[in-house]
Write a protein that binds this ligand. Structure first.
Ligand SMILES: C[S@@+](CC[C@H](N)C(=O)[O-])C[C@H]1O[C@@H](n2cnc3c(N)ncnc32)[C@H](O)[C@@H]1O
Length: 172
């Protein structure tokens, strides 16, 4: 299970500025961000590939709905006003894969997978709020955004001593 860290708190603080009816978090783990979303959205859903994180989270709080699945793959015929993610973004170590932090060979592949899964689950004026780090290959992310004609707005940046985190908002 991914314990809330600098990136989780950073995104949770930004999420508190948004409100609407339906919100989804992909990769929810401990539920720190999901609980923040539930203050300003009527219905919140969290997904995670790690069943034990979700089980642990539900022992602490039973108000949120969670689904154990790959990205947003289990959700059909539902559109969200906001989709949020703090994805795993570290370049993977081939000998030991930890799905809570490993983002693929260059660190960005899982992020692109999450975004691909999220795109058709957004309402017409829905927004995606996404965190990424300069430790992953952000050029690939830029190419994905351009290829899918998404509009990107930089919302916040946090400089830590070992990495720079950015939160971006994407609209279609
Ligand atoms: C960096 S952690 C973020 C956890 C939490 N949202 C936070 O900010 O503290 C990324 C989460 O994504 C989950 N994850 C990794 N691959 C996934 C996938 N294919 N589908 C859904 N969740 C996935 C991991 O299990 C992990 O809980």
């Amino acid at each position: 299970m991914y314990l809330p860290s600098d990136d989780s708190i950073f995104l949770a603080n930004i999420v508190s500025r948004y409100h609407g009816i339906l919100a989804l978090e992909i990769g929810t783990s401990s539920g720190t961000i999901l609980r923040e979303l539930s203050k300003n959205f009527r219905v919140v859903v969290g997904t995670d590939i790690d069943f034990y994180s979700l089980k642990h989270m539900l022992m602490m709080s039973r108000n949120e709905s969670v689904i154990c699945c790959d990205a947003a793959s289990a959700l059909h015929n539902v559109k969200f006003d906001l989709i949020v993610s703090n994805p795993p973004y570290l370049p993977s170590n081939k000998n030991h894969v930890d799905k809570s932090v490993d983002g693929g060979p260059t660190g960005i592949e899982v992020s692109i997978h999450f975004l691909t899964s999220a795109l058709d689950k957004l309402t017409g004026d829905g927004k995606i709020l996404f965190l990424f780090s300069n430790l992953s290959d952000t050029c690939k992310l830029d190419r994905f955004i351009t290829k899918n004609n998404l509009v990107m707005k930089k919302i916040a940046q946090k400089d830590l001593f070992y990495e720079t985190l950015q939160i971006i908002e994407l609209t279609t």
